[in-house]
Design a binder for this molecule. Structure first.
Ligand code: CA
Length: 230
């Protein structure tokens, strides 16, 4: 069961009750607000995994809430699905431009609601994984910055080729894991790329040499492949 937290900002109580019922039934934790101001404050406080945001709200409307959330570092990446009523279709484009991830036109069925919520959460998790991969890796005396193709070993910049960099990142992301030569080739060039085992060995030799003392973190596992020292 999912434990993801969803914030619903909606002033129509029957719709709010319907959404609340269906989300809770499907294992989500649900928080509700009935005005734009309250919803905005709650979003900052509880950092939900996703926001269902009605467009027409008393006071600050959905556009205003969306804009304010997107302006702040803490909430700018929160997934937002806009709820739009009939006659507000022209507002959908504006909502998407302001950074909403998706929209659901009213009236909607519980099935459509759940499908959209799950799809947006899934997309968001995927981009989270990508950004984790871009996060710097700090291990032993090595600092690897995948986003910037930068490696620092013992406080010295190391100039690696693209292939060397990819091999190092692959190994260092999972210290202690043994990668065979085929896995290394697949990770660097994509599957099905014809490269000999010997070519991988040559890359490793070059990589170790450039890393200096840090080169010994790359360990040979005889008969299998390579691993990064734990
Ligand atoms: Ca409304």
């Amino acid at each position: 069961m999912s434990k993801e937290k969803i914030l619903v900002i909606e002033d129509e109580e029957d719709i709010l009750a319907l959404i609340h019922f269906n989300l809770v039934k499907n294992g989500f934790r649900v928080e509700c607000a009935t005005t734009g101001e309250d919803g905005y404050k709650l979003a900052r406080d509880i950092r939900p995994d996703l926001i269902l945001l009605d467009l027409m709200l008393p006071g600050m409307d959905g556009h205003g809430v969306c804009r304010k959330l997107r302006e702040e570092p803490g909430t700018k990446d929160l997934p937002i699905i806009m709820l739009t009523a009939k006659g507000e279709e022209h507002d959908i484009v504006r909502g998407l431009e302001q950074g909403a991830d998706d929209y659901i036109p009213k009236p909607f069925s519980p099935q459509v609601l759940l499908a959209r919520v799950k799809a947006v959460l899934r997309r968001h998790h995927k981009s989270d994984e990508r950004s984790i991969h871009e996060e710097p890796i700090k291990i032993h005396d090595l600092y690897i910055h995948p986003g910037r193709n930068r490696v620092v070993a013992n406080d010295e910049n190391v100039d690696l080729t693209h292939t060397e960099f990819k091999i190092l990142t692959l190994l260092a992301t999972r210290p202690g894991w043994v990668f065979n030569r085929t896995q290394i080739v697949d990770a660097v060039h994509g599957e099905g790329y014809a490269v000999t085992d010997r070519a991988v060995d040559v890359q490793i030799v070059g990589l170790r040499k450039k890393l200096g003392a840090c080169g010994e973190y790359i360990e040979t596992v005889r008969g299998v492949g390579y691993r990064f020292k734990e």
